[in-house]
Ligand binder design. Structure first.
Ligand SMILES: [Zn+2]
Length: 510
């Protein structure tokens, strides 16, 4: 890692000119106030107060737009879309090329070509709109896991995704985007205007907040969490790793007694079981679910076990917060800041009520790395007609990946449940960019399918994976579980056409 390269103090001269006036002013004040200071883990009171002011103004904007109803939301979305497209054409060589031949001026979203992760990542340096960013620099920054959630170049937060397709993505967030997503979260947590921020902070201060996630690398959840807690050092917050054995996690949570717990729905479900069995003794006031789909039955089970509501967020590495769940069980799209277009195989709009083949995402908040009509891969159904909850935002249901929680038998006969995300994290860490599938074939047997590679590569990947999975299983008190390499390749689900990476015993082995 180039230690000095990602932490220069921003100055007026090197602050990117596309920053909002507020952000630009902020960076300048900061540089003057703290000459030579780095943006490491230290809390910066000036930055925090400007962030806070900026968050308040964004909260107000979101609140008033939504209070004005559907037409105001559509108008805000349209204006932001036009401005983003114009900006991307001016500053991103990738989009300039992609939109070459299209007329200048206002364009209908449907007139713009669809982009994919592979196409964008292949031209990363042309995709980003700040010439100070390049793939070599951000890759070097990401190699060092000490810096998760730290600012890069003093002004960006960066994370990566592994993705179910085996293609890694790297995502750069600017201040405007981060503030927008903070505000969206705050507006959702308490619709009573600005009180939202206070409610969250008081709850987090008085109680304690816990994030249970894949904490070992630069992933969106842990990077945003570290950023949030660094900006607000009075929040008592702790991260817990999904890689730890469940009994250990339960003991640690019992000792910590968090008032707010954020995790994946599969993890919250496991914790709900522990709560019902009397082993987990925490009484959170709120739970947050993200990163995976939360089916209605799972939400009901978790809420019943903990006696508190689950806030369900639909987000992605490409766009932190795309929608929030409502009491009616629908997800409401943050349509003033996010454009989601459900489409069929040929990218034609899917009518409400019908499942789409994929959904095209436009992130209206982030300009440093424009995401415009990006093929996200999720299948969604748009709710026909208004939602009974009264939200003016469009309602959707997401058909996401359905990886299974595995129930393995330990030598003493106990059942040890393995989180699919923990298993996929082990594999992705040991053999990056692999397309794979883990099958449970017996209570103490796992089989791994690896995508075809050159035989030597395949053997090398398998050796690394066998070692990593062995260590993980031993830590989970499963030294008896055997892992073998399947001669076949990963197979997509016949019905959905998607790749399920973790499949429990005797389901869809064909
Ligand atoms: Zn609703």
């Amino acid at each position: 890692m180039k230690a000095a390269s990602h932490n220069p103090v921003p100055t007026q001269a090197n602050a990117p000119s596309f920053m909002s006036p507020a952000a630009h002013r902020h960076e300048t004040i900061l540089a003057e106030a703290r000459p030579g200071a780095s943006h490491g883990l230290a809390w910066d009171p000036i930055r925090a107060s400007v962030d806070c002011w900026s968050l308040y103004s964004r909260l107000g904007d979101i609140w008033w737009t939504r209070a004005a109803g559907g037409p105001a939301i559509a108008a805000a979305s349209r204006n932001r879309f036009d401005a983003l497209v114009a900006f991307a054409r001016a500053r991103s060589p990738f989009y300039r090329d992609a939109y070459r031949g299209l007329p200048a001026g206002r364009l209908d979203p449907a007139a713009l070509p669809v982009v994919t992760k592979r196409a964008l990542m292949n031209r990363f340096d042309d995709w980003v709109t700040d010439p100070a960013l390049d793939l070599a620099g951000v890759t070097a920054f990401l190699v060092d896991r000490e810096h998760i959630g730290e600012r890069y170049l003093g002004r960006y937060v960066i994370w990566k995704s592994s993705g179910s397709t085996g293609e890694a993505g790297i995502y750069v967030q600017d201040d405007d985007a981060l503030e927008t997503f903070d505000a969206l979260m705050a507006v959702h947590l308490d619709p009573a205007r600005f009180a939202a921020v206070h409610a969250w902070r008081i709850a987090a201060r008085g109680g304690r907040a816990a994030l249970i996630a894949a904490t070992g690398d630069h992933f969106a959840s842990i990077a945003s969490w570290r950023r949030l807690t660094r900006n607000n050092p009075w929040i008592a917050a702790r991260c817990f790793s999904i890689m730890d054995p469940l009994p250990q996690l339960v003991a640690e949570l019992n000792a910590y007694r968090p008032a707010f717990v954020a995790s994946y729905p599969t993890m919250l479900s496991l914790l709900a079981e522990e709560r019902k069995a009397g082993r987990l003794e925490i009484d959170p006031v709120s739970l947050w679910s993200g990163g995976e789909c939360l089916p209605a039955h799972m939400r009901v089970g978790i809420e019943a076990a903990f006696g508190c509501p689950v806030v369900n967020e639909y987000g992605a590495s490409e766009c932190m917060s795309m929608a929030f769940g409502c009491n009616e069980g629908w997800l409401h799209v943050n349509a003033d800041w996010v454009l989601l277009e459900p489409v069929d195989d040929e990218f034609r709009p899917t009518p409400p009520g019908a499942p789409s083949r994929t959904v095209l995402l436009t992130n209206l908040a982030n300009r440093v790395q424009p995401i415009i009509r990006y093929d996200l891969g999720d299948s969604v159904v748009v709710k026909p007609g208004p939602c009974a909850c009264g939200s003016p935002l469009p309602a959707i249901e997401v058909e996401g990946r359905h990886d299974d929680v595995l129930a393995m038998a330990a030598p003493d006969g106990r059942i040890v449940r393995l989180l699919p995300l923990a298993l996929t994290t082990v594999v992705e860490d040991a053999a990056p960019a692999s397309r794979f599938q883990i099958l449970q074939t017996a209570p103490d047997r796992l089989r791994l399918r690896l995508a075809a590679r050159a035989p030597a590569d395949r053997q090398a990947a398998w050796r690394a994976l066998e070692k990593a999975l062995r260590a993980f299983l031993d830590r989970q008190s499963l030294p008896n579980v055997r892992v073998s390499l399947d001669p076949g390749r990963p197979r997509t689900d016949r019905r959905s056409g998607k790749l399920r990476e973790v499949i429990a015993s005797r389901r869809d082995h064909a």
